[in-house]
Write a protein that binds this ligand. Structure first.
Ligand SMILES: [Fe+2]
Ligand SMILES: [Fe+2]
Length: 316
């Protein structure tokens, strides 16, 4: 990877309008205490919990509640890991000028605010995970290592034309555009426990600003690549997004077995829930904010890139 920052000044830098002007008063870590709120209600959205939709689970209230609780633990564990292992290392590299783009002082200053936000999110997720475990008497260790971590490492190992640091830079830019839309229904969902709605609502409030920052950063990043790099990265992005967005079937299998289903019955349930066409539809829906960002930067005007996105079901 080229660690020498170039001196391109893009339109997005000249017209930079910081989303963090009110950060002291609005950010979670600077302005909101950790609140111990009620757990009465559902622990996660049933529509975002594939396991809860299976009749073997939904017909039994205890299994249904456990499936939702494990889905919440999975969300908290994964969010904390993403902040620590992917987003903050990239924010640090961007701030220090160790990537392919050079940012203004104001843009760099805002990266430190994002860094603090994400460190806070990781802390709050861990704190809340402990509260949920105590309340439910369940342990997140049942879930196992996040599927994304395993599959992302396989992607990196198999890719020899793009550097791992460049891939992580694009991954972070994509991740930061997807969170708000994915979970925006939860804070308003009256069926869900107030504690869960508040924690996810507080996270979304910060992530809405991160979305604005990274959405406008993407054209700068994209235009810093050579034509050949654009073609390679453009063809790689749908694979990367699919890996990030696909449901964690390893966790679902572990949860089923922990709930008492045999290995054979667990596989049967997983096959009925995770139908490939349905996964393609769900990932396409979740990818919309990033697809809009790619379209505005002209990715789909490169025919090989457009075809790669079509092959993964993102554009059909
Ligand atoms: Fe975050
Ligand atoms: Fe973020």
């Amino acid at each position: 990877m080229n660690f020498m920052a170039n001196s391109v000044t893009s339109t997005s830098q000249k017209t930079y309008d910081s989303p963090f002007k009110n950060w002291d008063k609005s950010s979670w870590i600077r302005s909101k205490p950790l609140r111990e709120l009620s757990f009465s209600g559902l622990l996660f959205s049933p529509e975002l919990t594939p396991l809860a939709s299976h009749p073997e689970i939904s017909k039994d209230p205890a299994l249904y509640e456990a499936a939702l609780a494990y889905r919440l633990l999975e969300h908290l564990q994964f969010t904390s890991l993403v902040e620590l292992n992917y987003v903050n290392p990239v924010c640090s590299d961007l701030f220090q000028g160790k990537t392919i783009i050079k940012l203004t002082e104001e843009q760099r200053f805002d990266l430190l605010k994002i860094y603090c936000d994400e460190g806070g999110h990781s802390l709050f997720m861990k704190w809340f995970l402990q509260q949920v475990e105590n309340y439910c008497g369940l342990s997140h260790s049942v879930l196992g290592q996040p599927q994304f971590e395993l599959n992302f490492q396989k992607l990196l190992d198999a890719e020899d034309s793009l550097s791992p640091n460049l891939i992580k830079l694009f991954l972070t830019n994509v991740i930061e555009t997807l969170y708000v839309r994915a979970y925006s229904s939860i804070p308003q969902d009256q069926r869900i426990a107030p504690a869960v709605r508040t924690v996810i609502g507080d996270h979304i409030a910060d992530e809405a600003k991160h979305y604005t920052y990274f959405f406008s950063l993407f054209p700068l990043l994209w235009n810093s690549l050579s034509n050949l790099e654009q073609e390679k990265m453009g063809q790689f992005l749908p694979r990367l997004m699919r890996t990030f967005l696909e449901p964690n079937q390893i966790a679902a299998r572990n949860v089923l077995q922990n709930l008492g289903f045999s290995a054979v019955n667990s596989e049967g349930i997983l096959q009925e829930i995770y139908v490939p066409e349905k996964i393609t539809q769900t990932t396409k829906r979740a990818a919309q904010p990033a697809l809009k960002m790619f379209k505005e930067s002209g990715l789909f005007s490169i025919s090989s890139v457009k075809k790669a996105f079509e092959d993964y079901g993102f554009l059909v």
